[in-house]
Design a protein. Structure first.
Length: 199
């Protein structure tokens, strides 16, 4: 269930629920802008975060938005036919040229660095090039479960990388165990030899 509510109401509700669910009131520190509450049962925060993240979609810029990350135009062919578009691209700082009857981008170019404002001119060109730099979806601030508050930086894990790291650590532990076992066996063998030699 998702419910959009006023921030003051959320704060009051968190204070009230904090009597039964210790620590949940700490979510008040994450309230900013328009707020929605998601109540989920029988799903852990990591799975819920992945569901929310996978439902984000790319959207075109209109101009005036802040670039969430570096916006890059990649080198290569474009869908444009030769014409005034070459000048428009060059005016926007994009190294464009005509080659073999096609408009091409000569090299990769960051047109808007992360954190900077996207101009209407750049937004229009990006849309024409079908580059949609914005993401639309739920912007998760935090989740609460069993007295712990999880923030996106904790929840955003790559499951494949995590699985590979665990496998690697298990392999290292296994090798160390074998190494220790052979050291212990060598010590026992050494003691046995000393007894037979009579030392």
């Amino acid at each position: 269930m998702i419910k959009v509510v006023r921030n003051t109401l959320v704060s009051l509700a968190l204070d009230e629920v904090n009597k039964e669910k210790n620590g949940i009131a700490e979510l008040k520190n994450l309230i900013e802008g328009e707020t929605a509450i998601i109540a989920a049962k029988d799903i852990n925060p990591f799975k819920l975060f992945q569901i929310i993240k996978s439902n984000r979609i790319n959207a075109p810029a209109k101009g005036g938005e802040i670039a969430p990350k570096d916006i890059m135009v990649k080198a290569g062919d474009t869908p444009f036919k030769p014409g005034p578009i070459v000048g428009e691209l060059q005016k926007a700082g994009i190294p464009a040229a005509i080659e073999e009857g096609k408009v091409v981008i000569k090299k990769d170019k960051v047109v808007v660095p992360a954190g900077e404002k996207i101009s209407p001119q750049i937004a229009q060109i990006l849309t024409r090039m079908e580059i949609y730099p914005l993401e639309i979806g739920i912007n998760l601030k935090g989740m609460y479960e069993n007295g712990i508050i999880f923030t996106p930086d904790i929840l955003d894990i790559n499951r494949d990388e995590y699985r590979d790291t665990v496998k690697q650590l298990l392999s290292i532990a296994h090798l160390q165990m074998l190494s220790l076992s052979s050291i212990l066996n060598a010590d026992a063998l050494d003691e046995d030899l000393k007894k037979k030699i009579g030392k």
